[in-house]
Design a protein around this ligand. Structure first.
Ligand code: HEC
Ligand code: HEC
Length: 203
């Protein structure tokens, strides 16, 4: 009995994922239009992964629920670290909740299923990533985060470093950042640079 249930589980999950997908694709379509209409492409790139300049984040790859929280937090001012205030806030100020939802849905839809880890070569940054608890929350190679947490693989190096520092110092406290803050004493500036270097190269 139990065995049958377990065997059926994946099918149920796939069906559920499929209906969620069809439901969200309508929203994602609106989000795609909004992404251009609202000028997000100007800074984050047409494909959401070629940012205008160093220090700007790639968005493709981030889970939709994480994006939703960040957009709300940037709009409300709960996230005010780094370049957020000057660059992003004026743009999200006029967005409605529905528009924010559609944008988050669209960006989330760009996330590819993590591949069965083509693990990169050993590096000091990789060792740090594996040993300083990062994997527990961001997943193997930074690709499979816990629900609501960000994927960080392949992110812009300067952006990764800036966010790590801001979470460490408490300049960024929005969302679930307080989950990460307590482990940040485990890495010093040089180590953070090393980890950022490694993560930015993960495909
Ligand atoms: C003028 C440039 C600019 C525009 C236009 C812009 N952004 Fe941003 N965005 C940024 C910068 C810079 C950051 C990083 C802020 C920081 O340093 O903390 C950011 C951060 C973000 C984040 C958080 C990413 C993360 O990994 O936490 C999301 C999500 C986002 N932007 C989505 C959007 C969307 C959606 C739009 C369009 C409605 C948009 N942005 C328009 C510059 C821009
Ligand atoms: C206990 C869980 C946890 C651990 C351990 C952890 N993080 Fe995080 N990290 C988070 C959460 C949650 C966020 C997003 C906070 C939010 O909701 O805004 C985050 C955000 C980040 C960001 C910013 C991502 C973005 O798109 O803005 C980077 C970079 C990052 N973490 C790197 C690391 C590294 C490197 C380590 C190891 C030294 C680490 N984290 C350890 C939970 C964790």
């Amino acid at each position: 009995m139990l065995k049958t249930v377990i065997r059926q589980l994946p099918t149920v999950a796939v069906v559920a994922a499929f209906s969620a997908l069809t439901l969200s694709s309508a929203l994602a379509a609106d989000g795609k239009a909004l992404y251009t209409d609202k000028g997000c492409n100007a800074c984050h790139g047409e494909d959401a992964k070629t940012p205008l300049q160093e220090g700007f984040p790639k968005l493709a790859g981030l889970p939709g629920d994480y994006v939703l929280n960040q957009l709300k937090d940037i709009k409300s001012g709960a996230r005010a670290n780094g370049q957020t205030v000057d660059t992003m806030k004026p743009i999200v100020a006029d967005l409605s909740d529905d528009e924010i939802g559609a944008l988050a849905n669209y960006i989330g839809s760009l996330r590819e299923a993590p591949t069965a880890a083509a693990t990169g070569p050993a590096s000091p940054g990789k060792t740090l990533f594996l040993t300083k608890t990062c994997v527990a929350c961001h997943g193997k190679e930074g690709k499979k985060p816990l629900p609501g947490y960000p994927a960080i693989a392949g992110q812009d190096k300067t952006y990764i470093l800036a966010q790590m520092k801001d979470i460490k110092t408490g300049a960024r406290t929005n969302g679930k950042a307080n989950a990460m803050q307590p482990v940040m004493h485990l890495v010093n500036d040089d180590e953070m640079t090393s980890v950022a270097e490694y993560l930015s190269t993960v495909k």
